[in-house]
Design a protein around this ligand. Structure first.
Ligand code: PMP
Length: 393
């Protein structure tokens, strides 16, 4: 088999899309106007698929902080955290993240993807067992692969299935790592964290919660599902990203366990890549500050996602979960979903197209993500576009 033969299936699929003149994975935002608006294909478009949950990408204080860092510290660190890439801003952000969660320490990684890779590859190895929710994000699966650990999947959001598998492990259960998310990225549903914590209490083990989509969104201070459900102290590791509610790029892990610091010395995705730029770190620090005080932003976000959820439900769409900032409309056939996505874009609404194998249970999804920065009129415009297309589904 030739080196490029593996691409043939993909090339054929792309040709089919080209014939339909639909390019869902190469969308270029020709001009970004605000957290919720851009120009795509020359058309003014409402952005409803950006994970910009608090709308902080254009926050003046975050922009000013980034400008100051750019002027004072330059465009990049040109090195890894382990070598020349730890500036005082990186370390201060780690301290601020640890304080935000009331935990001992934090590690800043270059992306959220690398935070999962870096944590899993350092914490677990070929002699360890990880138990992961079947719907976990690709970065968690890839981290497991990099670690070489034995991977046992449990049924999505099914604490009883987790308990069954923990029981089977016997004495080994006490050293397993349980991997779940707060809000799941595709369907927008929440983990049954209290039940999962109960299983951990019964069998032992360690719990890592990826709060990529719940940081800034849930909990009084925005600390995610762990805060919302009152189980923050039961999470051994919390992973998050700067690329969603914090409006930047980068990732982190916080923990109260002293061993966290040792991860730095054995985590290849931490050691062998350049650290986030000073401007990114500065805007993220400012955004974290705003997020912690962001009750109003969270309230506005909730109003917006409840409005969209109610609108789509009233039209009879099948939605993936109860209201959350991630609202997934479930479709059957891939081709119908593709055309629907394209028709939304033609009506000036950008959302995410999610197709198997990236989706749970092989479903095709139109995934909307709602922002606190959306106006009620924009949410209504999104609803109107969905209403327009209702006949075709
Ligand atoms: N974890 C989850 C659950 C995610 O959904 C994502 C990104 N979609 C990541 C991690 C990776 O984050 P980043 O984009 O910052 O690399």
């Amino acid at each position: 088999m030739g080196l490029f033969d593996k691409f043939q299936g993909m090339a054929a699929a792309r040709s089919e899309l080209e014939a339909l003149r639909i390019d869902p994975f190469g969308v270029e935002i020709e001009r970004i106007i605000s957290p919720t608006e851009g120009i795509i294909h020359g058309r003014h478009t409402i952005l409803a698929g950006t994970n910009n949950y608090l709308g902080l990408t254009f926050n003046p204080e975050c922009i000013a902080a980034a400008h100051r860092a750019l002027d004072a510290e330059g465009t990049g660190t040109t090195g890894s955290r382990m070598a020349n890439g730890s500036y005082s801003g990186h370390r201060r952000l780690e301290e601020e993240l640890a304080a935000f969660y009331g935990m001992r320490d934090a590690i800043v990684f270059s992306t959220g993807y690398q935070a999962n890779l870096g944590m899993l590859a350092a914490l677990t190895g070929p002699n360890d067992v990880v138990l992961l929710d079947a719907d976990c994000h690709a970065s968690i699966y890839d981290g497991c692969r990099l670690s070489g650990a034995e991977v046992i999947r449990f049924r999505h959001n099914n604490a009883a299935d987790l308990a069954k598998r923990m029981r089977r492990l016997g004495a080994r259960a006490a050293d397993t790592l349980i991997l779940v998310e707060g809000i799941y990225s595709m369907l927008g549903d929440c983990a049954p964290l209290k039940e999962i914590v109960d299983v951990k209490r019964e069998f032992g083990g360690y719990l890592l919660v990826d709060e990529a989509h719940s940081l800034g969104v849930l909990g009084e201070r925005g600390r995610g599902l762990v805060e919302e459900l009152g189980v923050l102290a039961d999470a051994d590791f919390i992973v998050g990203t700067f690329s969603k509610s914090l409006g930047g790029a980068g990732g982190f892990c916080v923990s109260d366990l002293p061993a966290l610091d040792l991860v730095r010395y054995s985590s290849r995705p931490y050691i062998f890549t350049a650290s986030p730029s000073p401007a990114t770190i500065a805007s993220t620090r400012q955004a974290l500050h705003i997020l912690a005080d962001g009750r109003e932003l969270r309230a506005r976000l909730r109003e917006n996602f409840e409005r969209l959820h109610a609108g789509l439900t009233a039209m009879g769409y099948t939605l993936g979960a109860s209201p959350s900032p991630v609202i997934a409309v479930v479709f059957g056939e891939t081709i119908t979903t593709l055309k629907f996505w394209h028709d939304l874009l033609q009506r000036g609404v950008y959302v995410n197209l999610m197709l198997p194998p990236a989706t749970p249970n092989g479903v095709s999804l139109i995934r909307c993500s709602v922002s606190a920065a959306h106006t009620p009129e924009q949410i209504d415009a999104v609803c109107a576009a969905f209403a327009d297309l209702r006949a075709v589904t």
